[in-house]
Design a protein around this ligand. Structure first.
Ligand SMILES: Nc1ncnc2c1ncn2[C@@H]1O[C@H](COP(=O)(O)OP(=O)(O)OP(=O)(O)O)[C@@H](O)[C@H]1O
Ligand SMILES: [Zn+2]
Length: 809
């Protein structure tokens, strides 16, 4: 990001966006040799505004503030300004105000209008979003645009009303003017209301016409202006949403912390009392009572009159946790994905006004405008849903740690299976490790048995005889069963037994999944859908076979094998409606469902004491995807789902079916041994130079024209090499090395690629990627910044940078 408090000094040239768009030069925008519609400009200027736009521009443009806008413009508000050669009116965020402008030879375009009455973002959020733009290599304006909800920008849920009030005595006319009886009555009505009164109400209550009020305004006895107010129905909806949900609404008895919890709480409490930035990693095995620690911390911060932000992987999947927050928090705002723009806007305003003490939400809640922030909590910090897969491609956990640092408050990352990044940060002392090594009330972790599918008779179904017998037993004893299969649909691929043809998406290099409920073949990546084939499209034979196991087929098998029990499937096909997750989980909690099967969504954070058996149908799904995190993800999923068993007095067991029982991530998950797994996996990562030991960026090039994508990938390869050489030279010569770079010879930058992405064609785009790695993040970013400044993809090609990528497909 160019310095904000400087003019963009670059020469006019076209700049390349991260999204493949071309933007006009600095000289074509804020600073302009001639002022539209005016001679000699708007001088003398005394105030200048720095403005950023929702574009991948790495700098702010300077505009002059005309006199009539001086009192209205403000940092954190949006302004409308002329941008580009055509001076097209464009809105942007004002990120700085200053009194010195550019040299007199350069004339400056004026701010046209100020769009907001109040700042949409405060100083903290400005700093945070600026950091994000630099870290994730995108435009500051893009980040601001993404983090301020549309409902806030558009002031959804509010309306502008006319209000009147009595001016202060000193400003009232002397002597008091003569009034008609009606005028006097109306005036007294306003005076006695003790403040501003909505004009509409005044007309009704005073039974008068607007002319009467206008007369009073003219005489200087009333002041009339416009003000924004919340629409009543939105207020009601937001207040209603604050009611505790049905699930878990029973009052909880006050819990007495056990020894481990007391030790952990003691450390945290001290940090909260002292205040200041302090990051904690709370590693507690499943069912160790981490949530209770969050609740104590939350209560302590609220008592200090400060606000808490709690991030959860997904609201719909954590109804129990949320219910517990609501029971203990006085004023809790839950930001879920089904809010309307107006509701989201209303929450934002309530949070900013300090009317909310606890904000709970998924990743975007990290931008909640809590001005009195006292603590950030991230539950299940290892979850991949915290990473946003569109610009700005941020990771909410990392943003949270930075926000806590900027705000000078503690941050708690909690998980039974921490990400290796966080674990490593704790190991090297960047985070303080807090451990809860045992389950509450001395409950044992469930025993895990591995079923080796290579040798296990299964009579043709997905459920082995061993697992079937265990389910039978558990159900007979009145327990409930949870079954994990991380693949939705009925058959996961469809092929021709004559010629071997596999049904593929027309738009992606992806095998289609057969969904029996919809009687359709579906692409899980782009959503393309087609009718099931009667004959092979390649050879014409009627020899279509449906193969591979999905949750739908598993459900059919269970219905057949366990006819007396209610079995419900929970995956994204059955939970698309608002409230459907909660409905299923509530039915399971109350025992109306005996067998719950589903994808990874059943593995998350659920606390059902009557689950005595957890079965993993195929632990190997996801283990062989080309991604350096596949072992970590598999371990996390298995350990988490295993942790759903035996949380009550009845105890519990776990059965894991696998073809690779000796794989460390499966064997160690079966032993609940996170620490050994993390140690071994970190050693692997170090050896292969993967995160967290090196910083990684993924560059993705995509185009519907295969040759264009391939060609630009080659161009980029050259540009990367050249940029790396320049940055090397600069850091050798010293002086120009940006802060954060170490003295001495620069560490090697590793550039892998270009290569075809594992899913080469996706949504009609042909895709290539690079992996660029360095132990020095500053250097990596400098090289990429330089590349962005020098190469421009042709019109048909898009180019994206993903810092700290989580998807490698
Ligand atoms: N000290 C305690 N004594 C008794 N019960 C407790 C105590 N602390 C917490 N609990 C209860 O234990 C259960 C599990 O706790 P909690 O859900 O916080 O576990 P967790 O560590 O978050 O687990 P997971 O990582 O599996 O989600 C809850 O029902 C909670 O009320
Ligand atoms: Zn597709």
């Amino acid at each position: 990001m160019a310095s904000l408090f400087e003019q963009p000094r670059r020469k006019a040239r076209e700049r390349t966006s991260r999204d493949g768009n071309v933007h006009s030069s600095p000289l074509g925008s804020g600073i302009h040799p001639s002022i539209p519609g005016g001679e000699g400009g708007i001088a003398p200027l005394q105030l200048y505004a720095d403005v950023v736009f929702d574009r991948p521009l790495d700098q702010a443009w300077t505009y002059g503030v005309p006199e009539h806008l001086v009192g209205l413009v403000g940092v954190g508000k949006r302004v409308a300004v002329p941008l580009g050669k055509g001076s097209r009116e464009t809105s942007g965020f004002c990120v700085g105000l200053r009194e010195t402008g550019p040299p007199a030879s350069i004339q400056v375009k004026p701010v046209l209008r100020v769009l907001d009455d109040e700042a949409l973002v405060d100083e903290h959020l400005l700093q945070l979003t600026r950091w994000m733009a630099e870290y994730y290599l995108c435009g500051w304006g893009q980040v601001l645009h993404a983090v301020v909800p549309a409902g806030v920008r558009e002031q959804a849920g509010t309306r502008e009303v006319a209000v009147v009030e009595v001016p202060p005595a000193a400003e009232q006319p002397e002597p008091f003017p003569a009034l008609t009886a009606q005028q006097r009555a109306v005036w007294e009505l306003v005076r006695d209301s003790g403040g501003a009164m909505e004009l509409r109400d005044l007309l009704r209550q005073g039974r008068c016409s607007a002319a009467v009020v206008q007369g009073l305004v003219k005489k200087g006895l009333l002041r009339r202006y416009r003000r924004r107010v919340e629409r009543a129905e939105v207020q009601e909806a937001v207040a209603e949403a604050a009611e505790p949900p049905l699930l878990g609404s029973r009052e909880e008895p006050r819990i007495v912390l056990n020894g481990d919890q007391q030790r952990v709480w003691g450390q945290l409490e001290a940090a909260l009392q002292v205040g200041g930035f302090q990051p904690f990693l709370l590693h507690g095995v499943t069912g160790s009572g981490k949530t209770e620690i969050y609740l104590r911390a939350m209560e302590a911060v609220v008592r200090q009159g400060r606000q808490v932000i709690v991030l959860v992987p997904e609201i719909a999947l954590t109804p129990q946790t949320i219910a517990r927050f609501r029971q203990r928090g006085n004023r809790v705002a839950v930001l879920h994905s089904h809010l309307t723009d107006a509701e989201r806007g209303a929450h934002w305003r309530r949070i900013a006004a300090g009317e909310v003490e606890v904000v709970v939400g998924a990743r975007s809640a990290i931008f909640a405008p809590a001005r009195k922030l006292g603590l950030i909590v991230i539950d299940e910090e290892h979850e991949h849903t915290f990473k946003q897969e569109a610009t700005p491609r941020y990771h909410a956990r990392d943003v949270a740690v930075m926000r806590a640092r900027l705000a000078g408050v503690p941050v708690v990352l909690g998980s039974a299976t921490p990400s290796l990044e966080s674990w490593w940060n704790a190991a090297r002392g960047h985070y303080t490790l807090l451990s809860l090594p045992k389950r509450v009330e001395a409950r044992p972790l469930p025993q895990v048995r591995i079923i080796d599918l290579r040798h296990e008779p299964n009579k043709g179904g997905a459920i082995s005889m061993t697992l079937a017998a265990a389910m039978e037993r558990a159900l007979r004893q009145g327990g409930q069963v949870l079954l994990l299969l991380n693949r939705r649909g009925y058959s996961t691929y469809v092929h021709c037994s004559s010629c071997g043809h596999v049904a593929q998406c027309s738009h992606c290099d992806i095998a289609l999944t057969f969904h029996r409920c919809r009687n359709a073949l579906l692409c899980h990546y782009c959503g393309w859908e087609t009718a099931p084939y009667q004959r092979c499209p390649a050879c014409g034979q009627a020899s279509i076979r449906y193969q591979g196991l999905g949750t739908e087929k598993l459900q059919a098998e269970i219905a057949e094998k366990f006819p007396g029990y209610v079995c419900v499937r929970m995956d994204s096909d059955t939970t698309s409606r608002r409230g459907s997750h909660e409905g299923i989980l509530e039915a399971f909690r109350t025992g109306k469902i005996q067998i719950l099967l589903g994808t990874q969504m059943i593995a998350k954070g659920l606390d059902f004491p009557n689950v005595t058996l957890v079965g993993v149908i195929n632990a190997d799904v996801g283990l062989h995807v080309p991604d350096f995190r596949s072992a970590e993800r598999t371990f996390q999923l298995l350990a988490q789902v295993a942790g759903r068993a035996g949380r009550g007095d009845k105890g519990g067991v776990v059965y894991i079916q696998t073809f690779t029982p000796d794989h460390p991530c499966i064997a160690l998950a079966a032993r609940h041994d996170y620490v050994t797994f993390a140690g071994q996996e970190l050693a692997q990562r170090r050896q292969h130079r993967y995160p967290p030991f090196e910083h990684l960026a993924r560059l993705i090039i995509r185009s519907e024209e295969e040759a264009a994508a391939a060609q630009f990938a080659q161009t980029l390869a050259g540009a990367l090499q050249r940029a790396a050489a320049v940055v090397d030279r600069q850091s050798r010569e010293g002086g120009t090395a940006p802060p954060g770079e170490l003295p001495g010879p620069p560490p090697p930058l590793r550039i892998l690629g270009p290569a075809e992405c594992p899913i080469y064609r996706l949504n009609n785009y042909y895709r290539f990627h690079f992996q660029v790695q360095s132990p020095d993040r500053g250097r990596l970013q400098n090289v990429l910044r330089r590349v962005l400044g020098t190469v421009r993809p042709p019109a048909a090609v898009e180019f994206q940078i993903d810092m700290d990528p989580y998807s490698m497909l």
